[in-house]
Design a protein around this ligand. Structure first.
Ligand code: ZN
Ligand code: ZN
Length: 379
């Protein structure tokens, strides 16, 4: 960073050039709290820049020697003099280490939210991927799934201590689970590294769970998948994730579904689409077809003079809405097949037919959209 672009340190902290050390401290304290990156999750980077800026200003103005140099020579004096501050060096790291870990920071300065020693923690959520056939997705399924997950160890009831040995209070933190360091005018509390915040130390580890208090077990869960689910449908099974820590609630289990494609039907939400080829004769004269439906065959009446591309809808024969709404529709898209290999006799008949048909080869008018072609079979 070019030093020429640096803001005046007094301006950064909003203090007068004559400000006392106490004023500088107070001002920095406010600024550091205001710009702590953890408080600006949306624009962390900008907050970090501001946080560093005020930290840098404080590191200089709080030191009488550096302040003197700065007052006399400005930023240039600090970067060039042997006793100056190395702004790209460790000084930031030191401050960042203190504030980057926000533990205890707000407790001391903001009245505290009371971090108890047995801070409960919600169990982790689990994801289970499941593939269904098209028919299973359409009809819904009731099934059992086996989910490997962390559960409380039965031998030690989750304490991690071998039966009969119990636990002892952690010496490092006196059972509080937190240790406090004094850093200048800040007291920083951190999770006790000796007991990881538990406040207790296990005398002898439970052999079953090796002191973890939890073991991996396979849990069988009954699952009812509603009819009409689609690929990407996510089902939450509340409380069937991993167990919480220190009495925390268990996590949830998310079953993420993939529904395989159907051989004939294409799906658009709850509607189904299917292409049915018909002959030129069927199209011209009309016919009645047996076509595949979601549950067995459906009757499809092709009226006389049907054009290729015509769409017929059977209402309410699509997929059900898994949230309990109605059913989608079933669409048949008719494709008239032009015969490509005619026998001599067929060709003759076609030629005869051709002589009797009046054909106008001109562009079709616009506006014949897909939905204009939809014809309801069962209104
Ligand atoms: Zn155990
Ligand atoms: Zn401890």
């Amino acid at each position: 960073m070019a030093k020429g672009t640096q803001r005046d340190y007094y301006e950064v902290l909003g203090v007068a050039k004559t400000a006392s050390v106490e004023e500088i401290k107070g001002s920095y304290r406010k600024a550091a709290l205001k710009w702590h990156p953890d408080r600006h999750p949306a624009d962390k980077e900008e907050a970090e820049v501001k946080f560093r800026e005020c930290t840098e200003a404080y590191s200089v103005l709080s030191d009488p020697e550096k302040r003197q140099v700065y007052d006399t020579y400005g930023h240039a004096g600090l970067s060039s003099s042997p006793g100056g501050v190395d702004f790209n060096g460790t000084i930031f790291q030191d401050f960042h280490d203190i504030f980057g870990d926000f533990f205890g920071f707000e407790d001391i300065l903001g009245g505290g939210r009371g971090r108890g020693r047995s801070r409960s923690q919600r169990g982790a959520d689990l994801r289970y991927d499941m593939t269904l056939t098209f028919e299973e997705g359409a009809a819904g399924v009731t099934t059992k799934i086996k989910v490997p997950r962390q559960e409380f160890c039965g031998s030690c009831k989750g304490t991690g201590a071998k039966a009969g040995t119990g636990v002892t209070t952690c010496q490092s933190c006196g059972g509080r689970g937190q240790v406090t360091y004094q850093q200048g005018f800040f007291a920083i509390s951190r999770t006790c590294p000796a007991c990881q915040g538990a406040g207790q130390i296990i005398r002898e580890r439970c052999p079953e769970c090796r002191g973890q208090g939890r073991v991996e077990k396979e849990k069988t869960i009954d699952l009812r998948i509603p009819a009409g689910v689609d690929t990407g449908t996510r089902m939450r099974v509340q409380g069937e994730g991993e167990v919480g820590v220190n009495g925390g609630a268990p996590g949830d289990l998310y079953v993420v579904l993939e529904v395989r494609d159907h051989a004939y039907f294409e799906r658009r939400n709850a509607d189904l689409y299917c292409t049915i080829p018909i002959s030129i004769v069927q199209a011209a004269l009309g016919t009645e077809l047996q076509v595949p439906g979601l549950n067995g065959e459906e009757k499809l009446k092709i009226p006389e003079g049907t054009q290729s591309g015509a769409v017929f809808r059977i209402k309410g024969k699509g997929l059900p809405d898994p949230r309990g709404g109605g059913r989608g529709d079933l669409y048949y898209h008719v494709q008239v097949l032009t015969p490509s290999k005619l026998t001599r006799e067929q060709r003759k008949l076609m030629e005869q037919l051709g002589l009797t048909l009046k054909v106008e080869n001109k562009p079709a008018e616009r506006g014949t959209s897909f939905f204009d072609k939809v014809k309801d079979i069962f209104g």
